[in-house]
Design a protein around this ligand. Structure first.
Ligand code: BGC
Length: 734
């Protein structure tokens, strides 16, 4: 009895205490309220200074991006709304967070990072991923990256990058999914779903960021940070759709860009940031500037000073200022001087608070410190990213079926990238470590047995030193086959890493030629972050496999393809020119005035065709396509119809085949591309098996086009639908 009374009393006291505590809660601290209520309540309690700090982002932890070096964490204001967090564990983050929670209102800080192709378990660079045409697999890879990041204290990634790029000189081409608008849209959606999952409050998911809005990929002559000239028509038909797809998929944030586009700076452009993004698409998330892109409005001579730059950015649609401290310096004075209204600032702060509530940061601000072995490189995750690498490799040439390599042969593995680990990571490698990378040679040893291989480096990636050639040639002479691994240093691609010459360095070409002169069959493996001009090396190899920068499982993936354990299935997401003089060169060019279809605009010195076209890629097996069938040839607006094609695997091994569906309009009052990719699908087909691929065509969405103000239209008339070299005509009647 006594026990029961004591128990009841203590329950009562606890209840009263929690009631009292409950009463002390401000509405914004009450998780039972809606996010909008909590945001408005919190906003109403904030001072102007607190608000301005919320929309500011600086860096915490180390930063290995040399262009972003700023002061280290110390001395940073605990009121700061957000940080770029560059450490691979949560310790510093949690210290920063503790300081934030101790401030007057206890608003947690938000931690972002460039998780571009993995956090620690690094997978293929996006340009390679695009060649896999496997969006389901990619979505899973992004989910792995999200899990590793969130468990390490990062809840926001600055990815995906969906700047359509048609200029291989531009180093950042490696960050997008190639030259095609639709491909970028589909991979963007996969990335957003993979990063964000069902809800970003899940401790394994992160908020995604669509970047760089917009037109950054058209940088003049491939130089970084420079001007881009894009007509309204091209903006709408080429550059905008991936962003619209990402917004529709629910991306929580968007990053404004560095470039001035058609006369207007993209980090202060009311048409793109307010009219299109907010008014037309109803985007309600956060817009963060790119690193120092507010301050750079001064460098671009569109603002007189940092104060005007801050005013232009915030009034034209940038909510959060990354990296340059312009907002904390200038927004309060601008308000005090009556030049800026608090309404504009409130609106920006709302977006930040909303994201923090959605991430669950008010309830779970701290990250649990979990050992690396539990956070990174889980076995099943490595298998998945290895498969992604395998599917992103593109077999460019395979004379006399040199590949797969015959079992039991002696193979010389030579070249500067043969046993290289660091460069296979690619740029924007997150927390990837060279020691995690399986090199091509290491992968081959496991697959073929060390006794069948001889390794010799031959030369460095760039240094004009040929003293290692003799050893390499000796190794080749002692072998039946030479596997030569050439390509780029990872630092040659990525931000501020343009190249005017996109050929292999001279010393590498010399090595390849010397190997070829031995008369042994040559397999060339290429690892690079951009399309290369391969005209002078193409004839020097019997087989060529493009592996891009495949990440930590790259060597295993490569060995599997070389041995035939995996049948290559990648197809190019970007055109390889014959020479840099052809740039820009891309498949969906518009019709020329003379000389009909094909590749027009003749050069005196070279053919106008590219070396390898978008969509190109060989397999170890063969596929035969049936004619295309359609459920109707008379098409009406609003009435979707089906087209289908059957593909038979007529070769000797099982393989995956991607069907790309293209459309072409017979005529249009706005000049349209000669063909436009509108759908793709990849499936596994067993040898001897036939599989049917189907596509449901929505007439307005798939046959229609867009005008220069973004209005979608559908002309009556004839359209060609093609896939795998087959085509049919349909007629749109109104
Ligand atoms: C890049 C962005 C990146 C940001 C933060 C900038 O220099 O342009 O893509 O997200 O830095 O690291």
């Amino acid at each position: 009895m006594k026990k029961t009374i004591i128990l009841s009393l203590s329950i009562l006291i606890c209840g009263m205490q929690s009631y009292a505590k409950q009463k002390e809660l401000y509405p914004y601290q009450d998780a039972r309220r809606t996010i909008d209520e909590r945001v408005e309540d919190l906003l109403s309690r904030m001072t102007l200074h607190e608000k301005v700090m919320q929309i500011t982002q600086l860096r915490a932890g180390n930063n290995d991006q040399p262009q972003n070096q700023l002061e280290a964490m110390k001395g940073i204001d605990p009121l700061m709304g957000s940080f770029i967090y560059s450490n691979s564990d949560c310790k510093v983050r949690n210290q920063v967070q503790e300081a934030a929670l101790k401030t007057r209102l206890g608003i947690p800080a938000l931690f972002g990072y460039d998780v571009i192709h993995g956090f620690r378990s690094i997978y293929s660079v996006p340009l390679g991923v695009g060649c896999s045409w496997n969006t389901e697999l990619y979505q899973k890879a992004c989910a792995i990256a999200a899990k590793e990041a969130r468990m390490s204290g990062v809840e926001w990634t600055f990815a995906p990058m969906i700047d359509v790029s048609r200029d291989p000189r531009w180093g950042r081409i490696m960050e997008c999914y190639g030259e095609d608008t639709y491909a970028n849209s589909r991979f963007c959606v996969a990335a957003v779903k993979g990063f964000q999952g069902d809800t970003i409050s899940n401790p394994h998911n992160v908020a995604a960021c669509l970047k760089h809005f917009i037109g950054y990929g058209a940088s003049e002559a491939g130089r970084d940070y420079v001007y881009t000239e894009i007509s309204d028509q091209t903006l709408w038909d080429t550059y905008i759709p991936p962003y619209e797809a990402g917004v529709k998929a629910g991306a929580k944030t968007v990053m404004s860009a560095f470039n001035c586009m058609s006369g207007i700076a993209t980090s202060a452009n009311p048409y793109t940031l307010k009219e299109i993004l907010r008014n037309q698409w109803g985007f309600n998330g956060l817009v963060v500037s790119d690193w120092a892109s507010v301050k750079q409005l001064v460098d671009q001579r569109v603002a007189l000073d940092r104060k005007e730059a801050s005013f232009l950015a915030i009034t034209n649609g940038v909510d959060m200022n990354m990296g340059d401290n312009c907002f904390p310096e200038n927004l309060e004075p601008l308000v005090q001087e009556g030049k800026l209204d608090t309404y504009t600032i409130d609106n920006a702060v709302r977006k930040v608070l909303k994201l923090k509530f959605e991430l669950g940061l008010f309830e779970n601000p701290m990250t649990k410190d979990i050992p690396e072995s539990k956070r990174f490189k889980h076995k099943e995750d490595l298998e998945l990213i290895r498969q992604l690498a395998e599917e992103s490799f593109v077999l460019l040439k395979n004379e006399n079926q040199l590949l797969p390599l015959q079992k039991g042969k002696k193979v010389a593995v030579v070249g500067p990238l043969a046993d290289d680990q660091d460069d296979l990571l690619g740029q924007w490698k997150g927390h990837g470590l060279a020691e995690d990378v399986v090199s091509v040679f290491q992968g081959m040893k496991k697959e073929f047995g060390a006794e069948h291989l001889i390794h010799a480096k031959g030369c460095d990636i760039e240094k004009a030193d040929t003293s290692g050639f003799a050893e390499a040639i000796e190794a080749v002479k002692k072998s039946d086959i030479a596997v030569v691994v050439l390509g780029e240093n990872r630092k040659w691609a990525g931000e501020s890493a343009s190249r005017s010459d996109i050929q292999l360095p001279v010393v590498q070409v010399q090595l390849l030629k010397a190997v070829k002169r031995t008369g042994k069959p040559v397999v060339l493996i290429l690892s690079n972050g951009r399309p290369l001009a391969l005209t002078n090396v193409e004839s020097q190899a019997d087989a060529i496999l493009e592996i891009w920068q495949p990440g930590i499982e790259g060597g295993n993936a490569c060995a599997h393809v070389l041995s035939g354990a995996v049948c290559p299935s990648g197809k190019l997401d970007v055109t390889f020119p014959r020479s840099v003089g052809q740039v820009p060169i891309y498949y969906n060019r518009r019709w020329p005035a003379r000389n009909g279809g094909g590749w027009n605009g003749r050069y005196q010195d070279i053919p106008s065709t590219p070396l390898y076209e978008f969509g190109y890629g060989l397999s170890y097996t063969q596929f035969a396509a049936s004619d295309i069938k359609t459920s109707t040839t008379t098409v009406k607006r609003g009435q979707p119809f089906k087209v289908e094609i059957s593909i038979t695997n007529t070769g000797k091994c099982n393989g995956k085949e991607t069907v790309h569906w293209y459309i072409a309009a017979r005529s249009s009052h706005i000049a349209r591309p000669m063909k436009e990719l509108k759908f793709f699908e990849k499936k596994e087909i067993q040898k001897g098996e036939t599989i049917t691929y189907q596509w449901t065509v929505d007439p307005l969405r798939d046959l229609g086009f867009v005008d220069k103000v973004g209005h979608k239209f559908l002309h009556p008339g004839e359209y060609t639908i093609s896939a795998c070299g087959k085509s049919i005509q349909v007629n749109v009647v109104d």
